[in-house]
Design a binder for this molecule. Sequence first.
Ligand SMILES: N[C@@H](CCC(=O)N[C@@H](CS)C(=O)NCC(=O)O)C(=O)O
Length: 209
Amino acid sequence: MYKLYGRPGSGSGAVEAVLRLAEIDCEIVDLSRWAEGEPPAELLAVNPLGQVPTLILPDGGIMTESAAICVHLADLHPSCGLSPSISEPTRAAFLRWMFYLAANVYMSELRCYYPYRYTLDPGAADGIRQSALERRTFEWSVFADALGDRPFALGDKLSAVDIYAAMLISWVDDLDVFCERFPALRALYARVAEVPAIAKVWARHGMPV
Ligand SMILES: N[C@@H](CCC(=O)N[C@@H](CS)C(=O)NCC(=O)O)C(=O)O
């Protein structure tokens, strides 16, 4: 049995959606928000960074890193159709965009959310947040340009990339402005959110459906 440490509205949303679509049984532990530097002991015991999502595998192994977890689960359960197999032509794009979103957009989100972690100068936090917001917009524009007018990141078929992107889109503060600027991403979000199993997870995470 898997065990997922998460928090509603956090990076565990995409993992939970993949678990549901892959019909994987999993105990979900919803942690409440914690004060800076004080993650719950239960989480710290399995992830020294004190971050969610953290997944305990059936063999007791531990996985962190939201994108890696999504890829791993989707690969292990090919019937869910969320990851192209290693020999499919779309595999390279699949890996590219999973890693792109995790390494760029998610990281910009973290700089917005925890700007003080990226400086020793308390007066610099505001500037870090502002530049992260600008950088995030640029990163989304790169993703939107690559998406073009295709329904999903890899073409006609939903994959874990779309779920991951939709989770990150839901974190944007000013969604109206964002959707106006990136109509293709608004459409992608809507397509993801209309999948019944995902809509249930999004609702649990307080994400727009
Ligand atoms: N690179 C990690 C980032 C995970 C992360 O930063 N999660 C946030 C919630 S979205 C968290 O747990 N923050 C608590 C903290 O860093 O203290 C991933 O992709 O899973």
